[in-house]
Ligand binder design. Structure first.
Ligand code: ADP
Ligand code: MG
Length: 227
């Protein structure tokens, strides 16, 4: 039996941005329930509201209407339960790879020794064992994204939000890395929501693909991926 409480649930979400120039309706009537351990991809063209959805789940934005629930409770703001990884790796150039990976644990005040052990084991697992003392500019794009993933996972979030994390990489690197990352996340039993404009990436990585309409974004189609 599937767990009756979704890990993440969006109920009939509307999100309007208000700016000096007026109002943008980014998301309208969007609903989605994601089970624990499920890997869901949301695809849609640029500007349809994908990043907005992730920011709502992360508790960075509040919906204009509707409810955002994590583990059955309303999201009240950012929480360490969600790890958020963006297209640009946002590594700090002046910190070593290991110190970059330790950043979240440091901010959340985790025990430094435990965090360091976890960071080192993640980096070794991602083929970066020999690069812990290197600085970001010494790594390739694919290696940098793996380091960014290690940083996101170092604080052990239960939910991973991935915002087009591979789109800045070349095609070959993207293929190799997306395979690798989906294997890692499945092994770790994470609940994952990936947003992308790349349908082939969505199909190759996810259990379920949600296709969004143009802005204001709502669910246009849902495909279960079975091989
Ligand atoms: P996507 O990630 O699918 O490209 P976004 O969620 O970033 O789309 O944006 C959806 C729409 O909302 C776009 O039209 C965008 O211009 C607008 N938008 C996004 N962020 C803001 C903001 N902070 N203020 C005003 N409008 C915004
Ligand atoms: Mg976006």
């Amino acid at each position: 039996m599937a767990n009756p409480i979704p890990k993440v649930e969006l109920r009939n979400i509307d999100l309007r941005y208000f700016t000096l120039d007026g109002e943008t309706e980014a998301v309208s009537g969007f609903s989605l329930a994601v089970s624990p351990g499920e890997f869901v991809a949301i695809v849609g063209q640029s500007g349809c509201g994908k990043s907005t959805l992730l920011s709502l789940i992360a508790g960075i934005l509040e919906p204009t209407n509707g409810d955002v629930l994590v583990d059955g409770s309303s999201v009240e703001g950012p929480s360490p339960i969600c790890g958020y990884m963006l297209q640009h790796d946002h590594l700090f150039e002046w910190r070593s790879i290991l110190d970059n990976v330790l950043l979240g644990a440091e901010i959340q005040g985790h025990d430094r020794v435990t965090a360091r052990t976890r960071a080192e084991s993640l980096l070794r697992g991602y083929g970066l064992g020999d690069f812990m003392a290197h600085f970001p500019h010494q790594l390739s794009g694919g290696m940098r994204q793996r380091a960014a993933l290690a940083r996101t996972l170092c604080t052990n979030p239960e939910i991973l939000l991935l915002d087009e994390p591979f789109s800045a990489l070349d095609f070959q690197t993207r293929l190799a890395l997306s395979d690798e990352v989906s294997a890692i996340l499945r092994r770790e039993g994470k609940t994952v929501i990936l947003v992308t404009h790349d349908i082939s990436e969505a199909v190759s990585m996810a259990d379920r693909v949600i296709v969004m309409s143009k802005r204001p974004g709502h669910v246009k189609a849902v495909h279960d991926i079975v091989f």
